[in-house]
Write a protein that binds this ligand. Structure first.
Ligand code: FES
Length: 115
């Protein structure tokens, strides 16, 4: 696993999200009471910036039209549609948030090989 240092934990207030771009991917990192989570920063409905959404538990509501997305699975939970966003592993090391995009890149390569 290749972990990428992002920012100190103190730079993302509790229950808020922040955008970051890594290797051309727009990612939203959220600070939840249980820790930090990261997902693709584009709502599957119409590309809304999920980093600006309101969090509740481990869900985020898109700021544009309110689609509710699970931060653990990336699946849209409301409305009942078959859509999802990419999730990314997050860890904290010495007070720094770190992301790993390698699993997402590997999954994309597998999809491209299968196509
Ligand atoms: S763009 Fe997110 S709900 Fe419409």
């Amino acid at each position: 696993m290749q972990w990428i240092k992002i920012t100190p934990t103190s730079s993302i207030p509790l229950r808020e999200g922040r955008p970051v771009t890594i290797a051309g991917r727009d990612i939203a990192i959220f600070h939840l009471p249980t820790g930090f989570m990261a997902i693709e920063n584009a709502c599957p409905h119409s590309g809304g910036p999920l980093c600006d959404g309101i969090t509740s538990g481990t869900k985020v509501a898109c700021p544009l039209h309110g689609w509710k997305i699970c931060l653990e699975t990336g699946k849209v939970e409301r409305p009942n549609v078959d859509a999802s966003v990419q999730t990314y592993p997050v860890r904290v090391h010495d007070g720094i948030i770190e992301l790993n995009i390698a699993p997402a890149l590997a999954a994309r390569e597998l999809k491209e090989c299968a196509a």
